[in-house]
Design a protein around this ligand. Structure first.
Ligand code: ZN
Ligand code: ZN
Length: 266
C-alpha cells in the first residue's frame, strides 16, 4: 500500500497544514480510499498527483467538520468529472451529516452515492480488509487499521496470519481523533506505521485529543515501527523536537512529525 498524508492540521489554520485527510492506495494503484476528508483535501489530491476520479471511497473517522468539510466538494468534483459513483463509510451519524453537507447544492440527486454506517469490527472498503476500532473522543469516533499483505487484524487488535507477522507486513493504522487510549494502541500493535493524533504540546489541556506524554504512556512496549504525530494545532509549532523526544522517551520505534503530502509505503 502507498499512504499519502493529505492533511495533518485541524480546524485552526496554520498556512501549511490542511485539515485531516490521508489517502491509502493499493500497490497496483487500482484502489484508493480517503481516510477523512477535511478542508483542503480536494486540493491536495492533484498536488499528490492523484485524480479525484480515481478515489473509490471515503472512510470517515467521525463527523467533526475538520474531517468531513471537503466531502461535498469531492462528491461534486466527481459528478462534474463524470464519475458520480462514490461510497462514504463511517460511524453512525455519517449519513445525516452527509445529507446536511450536500443540502447546500443539488449534487446529491446527481451523485450515485452509497453510504454505510459501521461499528467497530472488520469491514471491507474498496477491496481493503479494514479493522475499525473505537477511539476516545467527544463524539463517536472510529480508528482504522489497514493490515499489510497477508496479515489480518482482529477487532481486538491482535494480528493473526499463520506465518511470520513481521513488522514490515503490519500495515498502517489511523487513530482518528482520540485521547490516549489502550484500545487504540492495542488495535495498532504490530503495525508498520501508526498515524496518531498528537494535537497539543505538553503543558496544555488535551481536551479530547492527545499530548506527547500521554501518547508515550500508552505506546510503551508496543511493537510499531514508526509513529507519525498528526492533527497538529498551531501551538505545536516550534515544539516539534520536544514532542518527538517526549514520545521517544518511552517508545522504541521511530517518531516523526507528520507533514502534508508526505508519502510512505507499507
Ligand atoms: Zn474531532
Ligand atoms: Zn479533528
Amino acid at each position: 500500500m502507498r499512504v499519502t498524508l493529505l492533511g495533518t492540521g485541524t480546524a485552526l489554520p496554520t498556512g501549511d497544514r490542511f485539515q485531516s485527510g490521508a489517502l491509502v492506495g493499493s500497490d497496483d494503484r487500482s484502489r484508493r480510499v480517503l481516510v477523512d476528508c477535511g478542508g483542503g483535501v480536494l486540493q491536495r489530491l492533484p498536488q499528490a498527483d492523484v485524480d479525484v476520479e480515481s478515489i473509490d471511497a471515503a472512510l470517515v473517522t467521525h463527523t467533526h467538520l475538520d474531517h468531513v468539510a471537503d466531502l461535498p466538494s469531492i462528491v461534486k468534483a466527481r459528478v462534474l468529472a463524470g464519475t458520480p459513483e462514490f461510497e462514504v463509510v463511517g460511524p453512525p451519524g455519517i449519513d445525516e451529516t452527509l445529507d446536511d453537507l450536500l443540502a447546500v447544492d443539488d449534487v446529491r440527486g446527481r451523485a450515485d452515492l452509497t453510504v454505510r454506517e459501521i461499528e467497530a469490527g472488520r469491514v471491507e472498503v474498496a477491496g481493503f480488509d479494514v479493522t475499525a476500532f473505537e477511539a476516545d473522543h467527544s463524539v463517536p469516533t472510529l480508528g482504522y487499521r489497514f493490515p499489510g499483505d497477508g496479515v489480518r487484524a482482529d477487532s481486538d487488535g491482535e494480528t493473526d496470519s499463520g506465518d511470520d507477522v513481521g513488522s514490515a507486513r503490519g500495515g498502517v493504522t489511523f487513530s482518528g481523533d482520540t485521547t490516549p487510549s489502550e484500545t487504540v494502541v492495542a488495535a495498532a500493535d504490530g503495525s508498520t506505521v501508526l498515524v496518531h493524533d498528537c494535537a497539543y504540546p505538553d503543558g496544555t489541556d488535551g481536551d479530547g485529543h492527545t499530548t506527547p506524554s500521554g501518547l508515550a504512556g500508552v505506546l510503551a512496549g508496543r511493537n510499531i515501527e514508526r509513529v507519525y504525530l498528526t492533527h497538529l494545532y498551531p501551538d505545536t509549532r516550534g515544539k516539534e523536537g520536544a514532542m518527538t523526544a517526549a514520545v521517544e522517551s518511552r517508545f522504541d520505534g521511530e517518531v516523526t512529525i507528520a507533514s502534508d503530502l508526505e508519502t510512505f509505503e507499507v
